[in-house]
Design a protein around this ligand. Structure first.
Ligand code: ADP
Ligand code: MG
Length: 620
């Protein structure tokens, strides 16, 4: 007979096909995977299941009608969600700062002087250093001539147009020039300003340093602490302008962020505010061993996220109790009571946010807390799904086995493993762990935060505004295109091309996908993107691997875990398994990436386990 194991995950639906011969021996035939259609546990999953079965059967030149049995996993009734709450906000209360990265500023160094518009140069004689402001209506030839002809002590220029180099080349006396300052009209006139242009390949050093600003503007210690947000937001820029404005300034204020309340099984509750930061939040999560539920303050980002997640899952589990037709039924508050948020992972991050009131689209890195959470229901409506699938495909369908158990059984097909065995399943929505001992006993947990959380953080921290791009940056190596004929990979390898690359890739950081180079539109360096990417992966998956193993470990001691097999889509990542292995090595735990049936790598464990468990079930 021919049987199929089907694992419906949050992200991926995986199948494994095997035949059982007349002597009761099992032969694995093929496997397939497709993206899960719809939310796990809904009837929409059928489309994906059908598709993946067709693919797997076709590989063996078989048809769906050749199947004798389909075994579905009792999918863990958890759904993961993510949210981000910014907790600081930078506001410029007056036009005091321009810090940006025009491609081509000119000259280099720091200059301090009083701001004078170029058309006022002739009318006034100011016996001190001046910085000339040039609006876009002025041509670069005229500008250079005017400056050359002036008897004033001109120390720097601020241009609205992108013409710094053109002007610079025509100047008799070379001075630093900052260009592309779009909001130039808003710069205060007659005030003391400082400009800085960094040397080739460097970033500014004086205006991005509070003491540097203090020296230039002769600031008192309290004034110096007031300019910290200004200097902070200028770090990493190639050029900048700061105008000293007696009454203006910049403020970093705390935004009112939501609170989270944790309830334990004994109904004790602990409340922590998001702006206390991730460490404080995780300390609470850690201290409550038996979380019953987590609630967020209404109308805060976290509050809304936790509420929405519960609502989504309650619509599902409610549907399982009623008939298929009333699937659209309205969710009652009562049914949401069956649901609980069982885990939460908080991470401190910085997100670039446009500074309010800035002149050149300046961006400040604001503090934020990112949250992944996990809602848990009693059960997912798997029987309903099984019934519908059976009718549609005309093949018997059985809901067989708990996901974690099946994953552990499948994981045992990795060479070199033995019981007791722990698995770490790194998925899209959750990080799961299970421990299977010699007696067949299994302990498992589902923790919030996994692959999609990493993708969201990459998207936000690098300000990509594209989840697809973030996913690519997560998965594939980067390179810097040095010329139209060669690029340097992030590991230093140099690749040459026979045909010229498209000009739009020139000097860009690119994602190296199998067939394609995709440019990343950013002013961040390759090194910076790589460190951000690795740091995010470490903070999500290393943290979660330790949390998860601690929870399933015998007596809560990780050192009692003999070996760990790493599974799931995120185990295909180029860095994540290594980061975890390194950390586990510190705890003297033998761990490795799974290789299901010696051919599947870390994929297909649950589907394989579902097929294998048929034999033991059949005998007993
Ligand atoms: P689930 O069991 O919840 O359906 P999967 O085990 O399919 O989840 O894992 C999905 C996650 O794996 C997604 O976050 C996806 O980005 C990630 N993923 C899939 N392939 C790769 C890869 N080649 N490199 C890195 N991450 C990957
Ligand atoms: Mg899975």
């Amino acid at each position: 007979m021919i049987i199929a194991g089907v694992d419906i995950g949050n992200s991926t639906t995986e199948v494994c096909i095997a035949s059982v011969d007349e002597h009761g021996y099992m032969h694995f035939l093929s496997s397939a995977e497709v993206a899960t259609t719809g939310t796990k546990g809904t009837l929409q999953n059928i489309k994906g299941i059908h598709e993946s079965l067709i693919i797997a059967m076709q590989k063996e030149k078989l048809r769906i009608s050749d199947l004798n049995l389909i075994r579905l996993n009792e999918a863990a009734p958890v759904i993961g969600g993510t949210a981000m709450e910014t907790i600081t906000e930078t506001i410029i209360t007056d036009s005091t700062m321009v810090g940006h990265n025009p491609d081509t500023p000119a000259g280099q160094g720091v200059a301090v002087g009083r701001t004078v518009p170029i058309h006022k140069l002739k009318e006034t004689y100011i016996n001190e250093s001046i910085i000339v402001i040039v609006p876009k209506t002025m041509d670069y030839e005229v500008c250079a001539k005017t400056i050359n002809a002036s008897n004033e002590k001109i120390v720097g220029l601020i241009l609205q147009k992108d013409e710094a180099v053109l002007v610079y080349n025509r100047l008799d006396k070379k001075i630093p020039i900052v260009d592309e300052v779009e909001g130039i009209e808003q710069l205060p006139i007659g005030k003391i300003a400082a400009i800085e242009v960094a040397g080739l390949g460097m970033t500014i050093k004086t205006l991005s340093n509070p003491y540097g600003l203090a020296k230039l503007f002769d600031l008192s210690p309290s004034e110096t602490s007031a300019v910290i947000p200004i200097s902070k937001s200028l770090i990493g820029k190639k050029s900048a302008v700061v105008v000293k404005n007696t009454d203006g300034g910049m403020q970093e204020t705390k935004i009112k962020a939501g609170k989270i309340t944790f309830k334990s099984q004994k109904n004790q509750s602990t409340t922590v505010s998001i702006d206390a930061g991730a460490a404080a939040i995780m300390e609470v999560v850690h201290s409550i061993q038996d979380i019953k539920d987590i609630e967020g303050e209404r109308d805060s980002y976290v509050g809304n996220m936790l509420y929405d997640m519960k609502k989504e899952l309650s619509e599902l589990s409610e549907a399982s109790e009623v008939s298929v037709e009333s699937l659209e039924s309205v969710t009652s508050e009562a049914s949401m009571k069956h649901l609980a948020i069982s885990d939460l992972l908080a991470i401190d991050t910085f997100v670039p946010v446009k500074v309010k009131g800035a002149l050149a689209g300046d961006v400040a890195m604001e503090k934020a807390v990112a949250i992944a959470a996990m809602v848990q229901a009693d059960k997912l409506p798997m029987t309903r799904l099984a019934k519908q699938l059976e009718e549609q495909l005309n093949v018997p369908v059985k809901v067989a086995g708990v996901e974690a158990v099946m994953a552990a059984i499948g994981a045992m097909t990795t060479k070199g493993t033995q019981l007791p065995l722990a698995i770490l399943d790194l998925g899209g929505g959750s990080t799961d762990a299970a421990l299977l001992d010699e007696t067949g006993e299994v302990r498992s947990v589902h923790l919030a935060g996994a692959g999609s959380f990493v993708t969201m953080l990459i998207d936000k921290e690098l300000r990509l505004d594209s989840v697809q791009m973030a996913e690519n940056i997560k998965r594939y190596p980067l390179a810097k295109v040095n010329s139209l004929y060669h690029m340097t990979m992030e590991n230093g390898e140099v690749i040459f091309f026979h045909k010229p690359l498209p000009p739009k890739l020139y000097a860009r950081v690119v994602v190296v996908m199998d067939e394609e180079l995709i440019p990343i539109i950013t002013d961040l360096t390759l090194e910076r993107i790589v460190t951000t990417r690795q740091e995010i992966k470490r903070r999500v998956f290393v943290t979660n691997a330790l949390r998860a193993l601690e929870k399933v470990a015998p007596d809560g001691h990780m050192r009692h875990i003999p070996n760990v097999v790493i599974l799931g889509g995120s185990a295909l990542d180029l860095e994540i398994p290594e980061l975890i292995l390194q950390e586990l090595a510190n705890h003297k735990i033998v761990a490795g990436r799974g290789d299901i049936r010696g051919i599947m790598g870390p994929r297909n464990a649950v589907a394989t386990g579902l097929v294998m468990s048929y034999l033991s079930e059949d005998i007993s």
